[in-house]
Design a protein around this ligand. Structure first.
Ligand code: GTP
Length: 207
């Protein structure tokens, strides 16, 4: 009970990064989730951009910082520097763009190399509304299962599965924050116990 109230008082900051090939809809994922908007034209992201959103989950407030990266090769080194501090990664491809799916291998290698090992990862097959599909649902799901990622097919145009994907990731991040806090409390308890022992010890020595 005490733990619960302390957790709710805790401010959780969730840093999430969206990566994947150019044009798969990363900026649209960010805009749909943070502003409930859809962008019809493709304005390539230059380097990196971010938005903040406060989310209320149960009795906790999570401050989300969502980073939108550029898919173009020439921005890759900029993107890598943002991997290190991420607690969540949205790994996006477009279901009507086979190359963006094939290139995931390269993106996954980068994630493994640059992000902390316990990062929460969601694989997202975007543009699920498009009729010219080139990647099946089962292929996406199989890749996610192999790698232990969550999996969603989404449409930012029709607002399908956008909220669930971010909430799944936030739940992972909250769980991790609670676990860290619990072990911090345990460590603090251990310190107090040790201090109490020392206090009890000293009088017996001097008498
Ligand atoms: P870079 O910044 O260059 O890496 O591209 P990006 O991944 O951020 O792509 P962006 O969000 O700019 O979207 C590219 C194009 O795809 C735009 O014309 C969007 O309108 C379109 N688009 C994005 N999501 C969807 C979707 O779910 N369905 C459909 N039909 N089109 C989408």
């Amino acid at each position: 009970r005490k733990m619960q109230s302390e957790t709710s008082a805790m401010n959780i900051l969730a840093k999430i990064i969206i990566i994947g090939d150019a044009g798969v809809g990363k900026t649209c994922l960010l805009l749909r989730y943070c502003d409930d908007n859809f962008l019809t034209s493709h304005l390539p992201t230059i380097g990196i951009d971010f938005k903040m959103k406060n989310v209320q989950i149960d009795n906790k407030t999570v401050r989300m910082q969502v980073w939108d990266t550029a898919g173009q090769e020439r921005f890759k080194t900029i993107t890598q520097t943002y991997f290190k501090s991420a607690q969540g990664v949205v790994l996006a491809y477009a279901v009507n763009d086979r190359d963006s799916f094939t290139n995931l291998e390269d993106w996954i290698n980068q994630v493994r190399k640059y992000t902390p090992p316990d990062v929460s990862i969601v694989l997202v097959g975007n543009k699920a509304d498009m009729p010219d599909r080139a990647v099946t649902f089962d292929e996406g799901k199989a890749l996610a299962d192999q790698n232990n990622f969550h999996f969603f097919e989404t449409s930012t145009k029709e607002d399908t599965n956008i909220k669930p994907l971010f909430l799944t990731m936030l739940n992972d991040i909250i769980k991790k924050a609670e676990k860290t806090m619990r072990s911090d409390i345990n460590r603090a308890d251990a310190k107090y116990t040790l201090a109490a022992f020392k206090q009890n010890d000293s009088p017996s020595k001097c008498c």
